[in-house]
Ligand binder design. Structure first.
Ligand code: PEP
Length: 249
């Protein structure tokens, strides 16, 4: 059966880059963008480089987004960036609740869901990240943990869910070189899909993230409920990222 949802391969540059390095990377992505075929390609860049991404990617098939967004619309929130500010100059995506933000900045699942709602209200597409730790997995708590992270997001309702993307990123696979097997990933994606379907949003895209590389992308994308990837380290190398996008084509 062919995949009915448009695949999305999204890079998360994290806190990497410089004007010169980004220019080379973005040029490389644009030059090879046709390799993604019918799949979408996007990059989430650090805030200072959003304008650079906008300019380099204008009128290309590669879209761009931010790695976080404020839950607030405006006001005395030093250091935060409002969703309307991102939307103001054409940003398409905002990651919400990446595990690094949950772990290092204490972001709760309620806050992550509120950020997703706030992003949606400004016309951005939130990419809501969920994932269990190795301790959770070893304790047999995967569905319980993912379910708890998803609950406040599901409560936003079908219309909101249809306009967002979910990314399943097991914490133990992020930046570790250790990928979930396609079967492990598919099992969690199927759980997430069933939860979304119960809330009227069974077609919301679900990305897998965690040490995705060209060498393992095709076997992940072969799974029925994996609709693409959120890619950290491998998104910093144009050819590697394009190879992943080509596997999604
Ligand atoms: C990520 O940052 O979302 C990620 C999945 O990183 P990596 O691909 O490096 O594991």
């Amino acid at each position: 059966m062919s995949h009915t949802r448009t695949r999305l391969v999204m890079g998360n540059w994290k806190m990497h880059g410089s004007l010169a390095a980004n220019a080379a990377l973005l040029d490389g992505l644009v030059a090879g963008a046709a390799r993604a075929g019918g799949a979408q390609m996007a990059v989430c860049v650090p805030f200072p480089y959003l304008a650079q991404a906008r300019d380099a990617l204008a009128d290309t098939p590669v879209s761009w987004g931010a790695q976080d967004v404020s839950v607030h619309t405006h006001g005395a929130y030093t250091g935060e960036v409002a969703p309307a500010m991102l939307a103001d100059f054409g940003c398409a995506w905002a990651l919400c609740g990446h595990s690094e933000r949950r772990a290092m900045h204490g972001e709760s699942s309620a806050l992550v869901a509120a950020k997703a709602a706030s992003a949606l209200a400004a016309g951005l597409t939130p990419v809501v990240c969920v994932g269990e730790t190795l301790a959770d997995r070893d304790a047999g708590q995967v569905e319980c943990v993912i379910g708890d992270q998803l609950d406040p997001v599901l409560a936003l309702g079908a219309e909101a869910l249809a306009r967002m993307v979910i990314a399943y990123e097991p914490v133990w696979a992020i930046g570790t070189g250790r990928t979930a097997t396609p079967e492990q990933a598919q099992a969690v994606h199927a759980f997430i899909r069933a939860s979304l379907a119960r809330h009227g949003a069974g077609q919301t895209r679900i990305l897998y993230g965690g040490s995705v590389k060209a060498a393992n992308a095709a076997s992940l994308f072969a799974q029925p409920d994996i609709d693409g990837a959120l890619v950290g380290g491998a998104s910093l190398v144009a050819d590697e990222f394009l190879d992943i996008a080509a596997a999604a084509a």
